[in-house]
Design a protein around this ligand. Sequence first.
Ligand SMILES: O=C[C@H](O)[C@@H](O)CC(=O)C(=O)O
Ligand SMILES: [Zn+2]
Length: 288
Amino acid sequence: MEVRTACSPQDEKHYDTKRLREEFLVEKLFFENEIKLVYSHIDRIIFGGAMPVGRALKLEAGDELRANYFLERRELGLINIGGPGVVTADGVAYEIGSRDGLYLGQGTKDIVFESESEENPAKFYLCSGPAHRSYPAKRILKDKKAEQPYDVEILPENKKELGTLEDSNHRTINKYILPGQVESCQLEMGMTHLEPGSVWNTMPCHTHDRRMEVYLYFDLPEDAFVMHYMGEPQETRHLVVRNEQAVISPSWSIHAGSGSRNYTFIWGMVGENQDFDDMDEVLMKDLR
Ligand SMILES: O=C[C@H](O)[C@@H](O)CC(=O)C(=O)O
Ligand SMILES: [Zn+2]
């Protein structure tokens, strides 16, 4: 597990490109037959990728957690951005299609990831935060109908269309894990898709003092990129982000992006407030 420390905005504003990228960007999360995890001291989020190809991968606590198993004191959310796969948790096999999700509560002991085929492997993007009680496991279906008792369909009000082509920010925010749909201790997760011709996410932008966020950008061709904007609203900086790279966003930082074309991203948040709309809005005229 890679460990990243927290950082003050007083320091961050002096960073050059290399240092900014070392602190806030994760350049590769999906490695064949590996579970790559990043542990950030910021709200103790752990995020990463699991990409099983022809064999099963077991989630281990590692030395860093000093726990008997990964979810002993944590909860986990995931969204599959690859081909169909299976996540087996304490003997229950959850079939996770492309763009579907899964929530596993604190206390889940054995977690194993598999792909249905080697040619089109699953890519499970994982987000985990500290947890103090166990909520039920839920499979989250983006477009399919619920079949199993543990299934949840994304509610119509949690597929929120926002923005316009004129403002280059026409997009749909699909909320997967949040109160009223999938209960959790603190984790919230979702996936935002931009329409062709729209390139801006989260503009007008915001900060949220009560929670941090991680963005995973994907659905980008190799030579395309997203300029991700971070920093305090009057001290903005940018990161050039490529396909399947992730950005850590501290509570004091804006998090927005403009792509060289449209793209998709997954947001994962932990902190003390689960009200999705609890944001400190930044007016367009106030950005520097
Ligand atoms: O706090 C909320 C997160 O920043 C994202 O959900 C925002 C987002 O997906 C968007 O506006 O495109
Ligand atoms: Zn946000």
